[in-house]
Design a protein around this ligand. Structure first.
Ligand SMILES: [Zn+2]
Length: 495
């Protein structure tokens, strides 16, 4: 059963962040009332002509630079024909023979120690989205189908990989890395729930050592990155069972059923020429000038992998922590805003801040994915402002409050006391750490008097017995004494 290996390629369709559609000036606003963002062009009325949206071209070129692609200075639009009610023109304007960009790559990293793996990107092209068919309203199934053309004509970027992905886990890493890059470049908000980032997967298996590819199936209808991972896991298992028992895999399209956690046959695969592609007669070839490309290249900001490296070198963070903090640009921005507000700029303080951001702040958001859903800067700032988190870290590192007290402050602010400052809460809850030596000495002396057994054990060489005495002294201070001071003073008194 285990001597097969998987070969996976992914096709991602993502909405470009433009305010108008690809070939007309209709709005791309999500969730508008049905059929309000439409015009004769995007509904395919006779006698109209498409006009290319320059912003969409800019965003796709920016993505191509970020993904290390070769950009074709001349590319061609093509008509892709099929007949379905979601396509008012009966063809989709897409690109076929000459796409905007080819031959790029994206690196994925499965863990801190593993070297990055390059996933090659075969092509990136520009096309238009289709309309939407509604078979139900809310939970009510309809006995007819509703058509909404608001989405028809929204610019869509298709990114196709080579079959370089070897496991569901790698596919998941690739999708998260891709979302991260596109979010960094501000070309798409990659919202999968709103259908603005969709992924189809091609998967086949073959005996280990064989170079020829097996027959592949195409998987559709995965609405989350986890869904893609689960669907691939299921499909690889299914194909392995079929081949192991002497059966055959057929080239077909299968739908992922989230509820049943299985893939189901949708249709036998049509060949590419079924679409009768031909060059779009109403649009000239897309030609990109040197000036335009130079301008776009400058727009590509620091990408996730570069930022991750900088977080390691500039803040002294581990590669693992840097990876989490930079997976999402908005989280990286939040961390850097807090880092600027730290009183002392030492690696230990940055590490402490990173721990607070990763464990406490991210812990508050869903843990379903590496990237919290719909993440944005204000989402984190709404929970606790970066300056307030920095203040908490400042108080811990100056020994003004203990880590335990800091958690109380954090919970108080994140739990809704947003009008209060960190200082207010520390004062109100009497959380200031006791550092006065005289006071701590008194707690320690009392602890020694009341625990003769532990004292005896410690003096006879049992180092661990000190813990009981530290605990007793801390309890006397209601947890407010500085633990390291308690430790030192106790050791001193017991000499
Ligand atoms: Zn329109």
């Amino acid at each position: 059963m285990n001597n097969y290996e998987a070969v996976i390629g992914l096709e991602v369709h993502t909405h470009l962040k433009t305010s108008s559609k690809a070939f007309c000036s209709c709005s791309t606003e999500f969730a508008s009332p049905p059929n309000t963002n439409i015009c004769p062009v995007c509904t395919g009325q006779p006698g109209v002509l498409p006009v290319l949206n320059g912003r969409a071209v800019e965003l796709i070129a920016r993505s191509a630079f970020a993904l290390g692609c070769r950009i074709n200075k001349k590319s061609i639009f093509a008509r892709k024909h099929y007949f379905y009610p979601d396509l008012p023109k009966n063809f989709q304007i897409s690109q076929y023979e000459l796409p905007v960009a080819e031959d790029g790559f994206l690196e994925i990293k499965s863990d801190e120690k593993a070297p990055p793996k390059k996933i090659r990107i075969k092509r990136i092209h520009l096309e238009e989205d289709t309309g939407k068919l509604l078979h139900a309203v809310g939970s009510r199934e309809l006995d007819h189908t509703l058509v909404d053309y608001n989405r028809a004509g929204i610019p869509l970027m298709e990114i196709v990989t080579e079959p370089d992905i070897a496991s569901p886990e790698e596919a998941w890493l690739y999708l998260n890395a891709l979302k991260s890059v596109l979010e960094y470049c501000e070309v798409s908000d990659c919202n999968m729930e709103e259908g603005k980032f969709r992924c189809d997967a091609n998967v086949s298996i073959r005996p280990v050592g064989q170079t020829a590819l097996g027959v592949k199936t195409e998987l559709k209808n995965m609405n989350t990155t986890k869904g893609v991972r689960d669907a691939l896991g299921y499909e690889i298992k299914r194909q392995t069972e079929v081949l192991s028992s002497g059966g055959l895999i057929f080239q077909e399209t299968r739908l992922w059923d989230t509820a049943a956690q299985e893939t189901r046959l949708m249709r036998a695969k049509e060949e590419a020429n079924d679409y009768r592609y031909f060059p779009e007669p109403d649009l000239p070839p897309l030609e990109l000038s040197e000036e335009f490309l130079t301008m776009v290249a400058k727009q590509v900001a620091e990408l996730p992998s570069a930022k991750r490296g900088r977080f390691v070198s500039e803040y002294g963070l581990s590669d693992y922590d840097a990876g989490i903090l930079t997976a999402q640009k908005t989280l990286a921005d939040y961390f850097e805003a807090a880092a600027r507000a730290l009183a002392d700029k030492k690696p230990e303080t940055y590490k402490l801040l990173a721990n607070w951001v990763i464990n406490e702040l991210l812990g508050r958001f869903n843990a379903r994915d590496v990237i919290p859903k719909g993440g944005n800067f204000s989402q984190y700032d709404d929970l606790i402002q970066s300056a307030s988190l920095a203040e908490i870290v400042n108080l811990i590192s100056s020994n003004a409050i203990s880590g335990k007290a800091a958690k109380i402050v954090f919970e108080e602010i994140a739990g809704g006391s947003r009008g209060k400052t960190v200082a207010d809460i520390v004062k109100e809850k009497n959380l200031v750490q006791i550092t006065d030596e005289g006071a701590i000495k008194k707690y320690c002396q009392d602890a020694i008097t009341e625990n003769p057994v532990a004292v005896g054990e410690y003096r006879s060489g049992k180092e661990r017995a000190l813990g009981a005495l530290v605990g007793a002294a801390m309890k006397k201070s209601s947890g407010r004494a500085n633990p390291s001071a308690v430790n030192a003073i106790l050791k001193d008194l017991l000499k």
